[in-house]
Design a binder for this molecule. Sequence first.
Ligand SMILES: *Cc1c(COP(=O)(O)O)cnc(C)c1O
Length: 398
Amino acid sequence: MTEVFEGTFTQQEPIPEAAIEAAVAQMRTGRLHRYNLVGDEVGEVSLLEEEFGAYTGARYCLAVASGGYALATALRAVGVTPGDRVLTNAFTLAPVPGAIASLGAVPVFIGVTEGLVIDLEDLAAKADQADVLMLSHMRGHIADMDALMTLCNARGITVIEDCAHTMGARWNGVLSGRHGTIGCYSTQTYKHMNSGEGGLIVTDDEDVAARCVMLSGSYMLYGKHRAAPGPEVFERVKYVTPNISGRMDNLRAAILRPQLRDLARQCERWNERYRTVEAGLEDAPGLTLIPRPEKEDYVMSSFQFLLLDWAGDRITEVVRRCAARGVELKWFGAAEPVGFTSRYDSWRYVASEPMPASDRVLRGILDLRLPLTFSLEDCALIARIIRAEVSAVYQEAG
Ligand SMILES: *Cc1c(COP(=O)(O)O)cnc(C)c1O
């Protein structure tokens, strides 16, 4: 009997009851705007900022409208201006180069290793081209952050971390988002907390924090924030920082606060699913698993493997056969971007040099989501299907 998987790769869990109740209660007040407060009331957004700041250990935290908005705001807050070059990953998703381009700045792509992290040799080689690195921890794979920060500090490069896929993950005990000057997170539906859309910014730098608050559109109401610097810091920036509205609202914050309380447990559940798929694919012929460094405490809500140096038509055949059995694989090597699988040469608004070593890796990357609606049995079944179809195509190819 041929097993078929019947789950949906884009189906997240429902919003927890406590979050639904908090959202309904907030709606009953009618006060959804973060600064629409009564007397000395502390709004949901300010509380979320305080709690996420405490969770990350950051001095300052700002909640915003999306992860992409967080990235663009971080770039502005560290002083990137039109025409500036910004280093970033060749292997990431479209909002990352998009945030850079939204300022009129120019992405300079750094290669990807077989471990699916930024290539530190390539970073060193291009370090003199820019003062800022927007580092994407793409698909939850974390580079050697000790080596990366040593390199960037030595070269005077400010690091902004894109933690859209690493909320809750650590390198060498330090949370992702806490190595660089700024950490940016997304709370969009497919990330580790779900408010539909949303973003969070953390930093220890008071001027950066105050600029982010002004940029997000605080209408001089920054005094209402709980995780922001004091008024003396705002005096330095408030007349010279434009308002580029992108605030979070109380409704989304109400949905997120109960999820933050569950985050650690949810991260464990993702990792159980990841490890089940990983175990099921171990030693599969023709298939390369991504080794995970000992210093990395990952949180994997998706799974990647490589079909390294396979012909394109053979990979397409694997994708087709798995799809026929209900397993949706996304291939980053396809000629045209499909859904989210774009790569550096898909972003044609940026001039990029060919990167043969990275192209070889990108051509081999297969990607699947592991939503928490999948049971561990589902994950074992998914692995059996992938293993069987990869093996079949691999043997046919000889
Ligand atoms: C989702 C995502 C973002 C941006 O998040 P949005 O909230 O969708 O704007 C940034 N980087 C990566 C790698 C992402 O996957």
